[in-house]
Design a protein around this ligand. Structure first.
Ligand code: BES
Ligand code: MN
Ligand code: ZN
Length: 494
């Protein structure tokens, strides 16, 4: 798909399909009005006849309007004009994308002209690329019947002449984020027998080749040398070889400390000896979505060649039961030297992340953000709308949350109070790996915090947002938009 920015009146555009908005109460958007005037009232006639009432996300396809060069006009309902805002804009946009006729080879959006509080031209433009990509995503399914080929080749976003250069930058960023999201979805959707730690390592190497990142993919012997006893203890139950993946992008100032992204890469989580129950266990192939979001964000970084220094760290392995597997009660020694009593082998995410967090110290990072499908408790607390944010620096949490707001990839600040820490007390080791039933997402974050006290750190629990269950089962690519927006903003100030 080729996206471009253009300006010009709608009636003069040679296009297979132009997309314009219509409010309730017969109120036309600027472009709909121009088309209506040229066609001597063809659109208002349709509205009068009751074919289009402007209801939010309703659509009507019209053909061959008189004095209009485009072959088709897609009217999209915008709802009430006075309540039109970002949410409605995104909903109308999604409906429009879904209603594009399959024969159209090129389409043009007259959408950024819609004015309302809360979204800049930049956001409106970037979101066209992102929503478009999201709504037309096809799972790279392992189905023998290949998906139907779409005719659509070109998407034009119309803006005012003076907005063209601003919109072009916004489009580039929107497309780069969309690419990152797509990679994260693809990786998440792949099954555990394909998307193994080895496979993730290969993906990282491919990204490094495509964008000039430095890459190291460490194997078991090197991970042993580093003393990652906690990470190793999770991997020991599986025949699938483990990996520690390290990506580096160095395009910031030379002395600038990097931002490190650490992603949980459990390529399948059975729970280990503390085995999960069978229902929906297949969804634990998504337990590497933190890792996928790091790789996806690196794709965005690479596409934009952001002037920043960034490190990606991914501890990847399976969590399996076996004769060699970690057992409840086992005590392991983390890379930091702190010992951990493993009371539940299903709390494995924190066991792999703690060593990756210690490893991050060697990069002297300005901030470390870890991303993990860490706890079912997070899903209970926040459902599927917001990721949980924990941080040892309120300013960093605020920065991430603000980035999530701009990117429509929301997150919510959770407490990381000292009062929760005693839930991790162990009689036999420095700490236990679980903190009991109350506040499960918080105590998991408290555990990680003990390994992240040498730098500014934030933890995103993405268990509720990384994939959808049910009929629309699939990865969402979240929080790539949040992370990318966070890094783009950092690149602008630094
Ligand atoms: N990967 C899971 C968390 C998870 C569960 C994510 C359901 C999404 C949906 C994690 O490794 C896990 O099993 N956590 C346990 C922790 C518990 C044993 C303290 C959980 O949440 O049940
Ligand atoms: Mn688990
Ligand atoms: Zn897990």
């Amino acid at each position: 798909m080729e996206f471009s920015i253009k300006s010009g009146n709608p009636e003069k555009q040679h296009s297979d399909c132009l997309i314009v908005g219509v409010f309730e109460d017969k109120k036309l958007s600027d472009s709909a009005k121009l088309l209506d005037e040229s066609s001597l009232g063809a659109i208002s006639a349709m509205i009068k006849a009751g074919d289009m009432n402007g209801e939010l996300a309703s659509t009507l396809l019209m053909h061959q309007l008189p004095n209009v060069m485009a072959k088709r006009i897609l009217l999209v309902g915008l709802g009430e004009e006075k309540s039109f805002a970002a949410k409605q804009y995104l909903k109308a946009l999604r409906a429009a994308v879904k209603a594009i006729p399959s024969v159209a080879k090129d389409v043009g959006f007259y959408f950024t002209e819609l004015r309302f509080n809360g979204m800049t031209l930049h956001e409106k433009t970037a979101q066209i690329a992102e929503v478009f990509s999201d709504a037309t995503y096809q799972v790279n399914a392992l189905k023998s019947k290949k998906p139907t080929i779409v005719a659509l080749k070109k998407v034009v976003i119309f803006v005012d002449k003076i907005q063209e250069s601003d919109a072009s930058l916004a489009l580039a960023q929107g497309l780069a984020i969309a690419e990152g999201v797509k990679l994260a979805k693809d990786l998440g959707n792949l099954p555990g027998n394909v998307c193994t730690p080895t496979y993730l390592g290969k993906q990282a190497k491919q990204l490094a080749k495509d964008y000039g990142f430095k890459v190291d993919v460490l194997e078991k012997a090197e991970i042993e040398k580093l003393g990652m006893g906690s990470f190793l203890s999770v991997a020991q139950g599986s025949d699938e070889p483990m990996r520690l993946i390290v990506l580096q992008h160095k395009k910031g100032k030379k002395d600038q400390k990097p931002i490190a992204l650490v992603g949980k890469g459990i390529t399948f989580d059975t729970g280990g000896i503390s085995l999960k129950s069978g229902s929906e266990m297949d969804e634990m192939k998504y337990d590497m979505c933190g890792a996928a979001s790091v790789l996806g964000t690196f794709k965005t970084i690479g596409e934009l060649d952001l002037p920043i220094n960034a490190v990606g760290i991914i501890p990847a392995c399976d969590n399996m039961p076996s004769g060699k597997a970690l057992k409840p009660g086992d005590i392991v020694t983390s890379m930091s030297g702190q010992t951990i009593e493993v009371l539940n082998t299903d709390a494995e995410g924190r066991l792999v992340l703690c060593d990756a967090l210690t490893y991050a110290e060697r990069f002297e990072p300005s901030a470390v953000v870890d991303i993990a499908t860490l706890t079912g408790a997070c899903v209970i607390a926040l459902g599927h709308h917001a990721a949980a944010v924990y941080s040892n620096q309120d300013a960093l949490a605020a920065e991430l949350i603000a980035a999530g707001e701009v990117a429509y990839d929301r997150a919510w600040h959770m407490p990381l109070w000292e009062e929760y820490q005693p839930q991790l007390d162990s009689n036999f080791a420095d700490m236990a790996n679980i903190g009991g039933r109350p506040a499960g997402s918080i105590t998991a974050a408290c555990f990680l915090a003990r390994f992240a006290n040498k730098y500014d750190w934030a933890h995103l629990d993405i268990a509720g947002v990384a994939w959808k269950s049910g009929k629309a089962k699939g990865g969402t690519g979240r929080p790539v938009p949040l992370l990318s927006t966070f890094l783009i903003k950092r690149a602008m100030v630094e």
